[in-house]
Ligand binder design. Structure first.
Ligand SMILES: Nc1ncnc2c1ncn2[C@@H]1O[C@H](COP(=O)(O)OP(=O)(O)O)[C@@H](O)[C@H]1O
Ligand SMILES: [Mg+2]
Length: 233
């Protein structure tokens, strides 16, 4: 059994009388400890897929299992618990609380979990040892994204989900963030899923899933993973 299992997952959004099929029979697996990059054009269904995996959206049909648990049958309360304990999220816009320091932003998320890591320690690991007392507005975009990553990691989650994590960052800063994600995956053995529309980033992945118009086009294991610092785009 794989760590993440999608089995014929479909998602239809209803807007008024219009039905929008955002996912069609999506089937794939991800192994524990892998970096999985999901690539596809805008509107392909990437965010829908990630939101279902993260327990933020429900599915229309099929089955989703994480670590042997059928999360697609969870009720609202179980999903809340699942989001809190098992999943770390990193978004394009960092979603930090503006009137809390970097340290407090990380601590407050960790407080919701049963086995959190030390917030200060995790901030040091993402390279922000000297900036813990700063508020988000006093940090650069890249530093704010590091805080968001620390916040996700401090939960000590089973799964780290990243939706276009470099979408708001310049080239060099974005590259450093991806390197941090790759290094973190290698160091901690955490399973990391990264969504992108940039196909160059597939080189950093252990597994590449490409999606088009809600349909999984291919699932491929990457035998020659490239360190992020060697990827150019
Ligand atoms: N909440 C929603 N209500 C209606 N349609 C949606 C909603 N979320 C996404 N969609 C539609 O589903 C499709 C897939 O969207 P999305 O998963 O956001 O794609 P991507 O992240 O790859 O850009 C698009 O056609 C989008 O307009
Ligand atoms: Mg999206």
């Amino acid at each position: 059994m794989a760590f993440v299992e999608f089995e014929k997952v479909s998602k239809i959004y209803h807007t008024g009388t219009v039905e929008i099929p955002a996912l069609r029979d999506a089937t794939f697996q991800v192994e524990k400890g892998e970096i999985c990059v999901i690539v596809g054009a805008s509107g392909a269904g990437k965010t829908t897929l990630l939101n279902i995996l993260g327990g933020m959206d429900t599915l229309t049909g099929g089955t989703v299992k994480l670590d042997g648990r059928d999360i697609s049958r969870y009720d609202r309360r179980q999903l809340t618990e699942y989001r809190r304990r098992d999943v770390g999220f990193v978004f394009q816009f960092y979603n930090l609380i503006q009137n809390l320091t970097a340290l407090e932003n990380v601590e407050i998320a960790a407080q919701l979990c049963p086995h959190p890591l030390d917030a200060a320690e995790v901030l040091r690991e993402v390279g922000l040892g000297e900036r813990m007392k700063n508020f988000p507005a006093q940090l650069s975009g890249g530093e704010q994204q590091r805080v968001a990553i620390a916040r996700a990691l401090a939960k000590n989650p089973k799964l780290l989900l990243c939706d276009e994590p470099t979408g708001a960052l310049d080239y060099v800063t974005g590259k450093n963030i991806l390197k941090l994600l790759q290094d973190t995956c290698r160091r901690t053995g955490m399973t990391v899923v990264i969504i992108t529309h940039n196909s160059a980033l597939t080189a950093m992945a252990d597994r590449v899933i490409s999606i088009k118009s809600g349909t999984i086009q291919s699932v491929r294991k990457n035998e020659h993973v490239t360190p992020v610092e060697e990827i150019e785009w």
